[in-house]
Design a protein around this ligand. Structure first.
Ligand code: 0PR
Length: 384
């Protein structure tokens, strides 16, 4: 009986696609690093929700906060949490900012958050859950928030401004330093969604001065940075860094019935520690240099693909700065974006359509020879 049930499950699972063949170009997740996967499997039962039982795991979470924090100049007073993903991190960040500002929020209107229209859908979810009004600001042709329109959108109800480092659509980064100035001038909190780009930009040469993705920007209250995207550990693994403890304190609940009466500032109670442990172990194993090597190879592959697609007549509306590429088909091209997308899926290659572009996310299993296979296929599709 048990055998049959298991067989039934396997029958369903056979329908799934796999990252291993390097043909999934629509996902920000991928096969985790094999070392991290091994560590993850060894730590399946670790629960960050009960630090009295798992005090060692709680300690490792702090190490991960320090490791990630070192990439963004997190002050010594800073803190954070490893969550289920970028959505939970963004929702939690806005929850903390809303609660912290609630005491001096005098109107009956909803608190407002000014965001670029490029933000991930998790901000719409956060607004719905938290009773916030999202004010979406158009982006410039470089797909960055329009600073002038952002400043003009600020009202007495505005509590925060969001910058994205690695947009879901094209991987672009907002002008964070300018956003910081606006926030300081209007006494607003700033949150940066670096769910994907947080483990990319810090490894690109001179990015610290170039992109200012850092707590050195004094308005920055929090940064989302996921370990299950470019951190190369198995899902679920989001990350949220806070400038100081006043943010988690604004959403803190004490659990009186657990040993040690732990305080939680997270949506979830029971919280897996497996990806947290996997990330710190992988970091200890391959370090900054190992991560940089992966990032550089992903970015180089993206540039290679962009160049090759351009040679074939496709248009690149936004120069890729990281490993996300959007391409358009010109009017006289034999296939439009949607036809090309469908044909690629039919041939076992997944891409997505974002803002009218065919979007490719170049993750580790997809190397240059795999891209040559893809280009060969595209040549055939063009000729058909
Ligand atoms: N912030 C940004 C900038 C994101 O791109 C994403 C995810 C999130 C936050 C939310 O992260 P979680 O999905 O971890 O909550 N963006 C991906 C996307 O929408 C998520 C994804 C991942 C979708 C894998 C499909 C997939 O197969 O494209």
């Amino acid at each position: 009986m048990q055998f049959m049930v298991r067989n039934q499950v396997n029958k369903e699972l056979a329908k799934d696609l796999t990252y291993s063949n390097g043909q999934i170009l629509s996902s920000m997740n991928s096969n985790a690093h094999s070392f991290a996967s091994g560590v993850f499997i060894d730590n399946l039962t670790k629960n960050l929700g009960d630090p009295a039982l798992f005090s060692g795991t709680a300690e490792v979470e702090l190490q991960v906060i320090r490791t990630l924090g070192s990439l963004f100049d997190l002050p010594a007073s800073g803190t954070g949490a490893i969550l289920t993903g970028g959505s939970e991190a963004n929702i939690t960040a806005l929850w903390a900012i809303r609660n912290k500002r609630r005491t001096n929020f005098r109107t009956n209107d909803s608190p407002e958050i000014v965001v670029p229209e490029s933000v991930h859908i998790s901000f719409d979810k956060a607004a719905d859950l938290l009773g916030l009004k999202l004010i979406k600001i158009p982006t410039t042709p470089k797909y960055q928030i329009d600073l002038k329109l952002a400043e003009e959108a600020i009202t007495k109800n505005t509590i925060a401004l969001i910058g994205v480092a690695g947009t879901t659509a094209f991987g672009t980064i907002d002008p964070l330093s300018d956003l910081n100035t606006i926030c300081l001038n209007h006494k607003l909190d700033m949150h940066i969604d670096a769910a994907f780009g947080g483990l990319v930009f810090p490894f690109l040469a001179h990015s610290k001065t170039k992109y200012s993705l850092s707590f050195d920007l004094k308005a920055v209250a929090s940064i989302t940075v996921d370990i299950h995207k470019m951190g190369h550990v198995p899902i679920p693994g989001g990350g949220l860094l806070w400038r100081n403890t006043s943010y988690p304190k604004a959403i803190q609940f004490t659990l009186p019935y657990l040993a040690g009466m732990p305080k939680q500032s997270t949506i979830t109670g029971t919280r897996s520690g497996a990806s947290t442990i996997a990330f710190q172990s992988l970091w200890n194993e391959i370090g900054y240099d190992g991560y940089q090597e992966i990032v550089i190879s992903c970015v180089e592959n993206t540039q290679f693909l962009a160049k090759e697609l351009e040679k074939r007549g496709l248009k690149i509306p936004i120069e890729p700065s990281i490993n996300i590429l959007g391409v358009k088909t010109p009017i006289d091209f034999p296939l439009d974006v949607s036809e090309l997308h469908k044909k690629l899926w039919k041939n076992g290659w997944t891409t997505s359509i974002v803002n009218g572009c065919l979007r490719f996310v170049l993750m580790p299993p997809t190397g240059k020879s795999k891209l040559e296979e893809l280009l060969f296929l595209i040549d055939q599709l063009i000729d058909q």
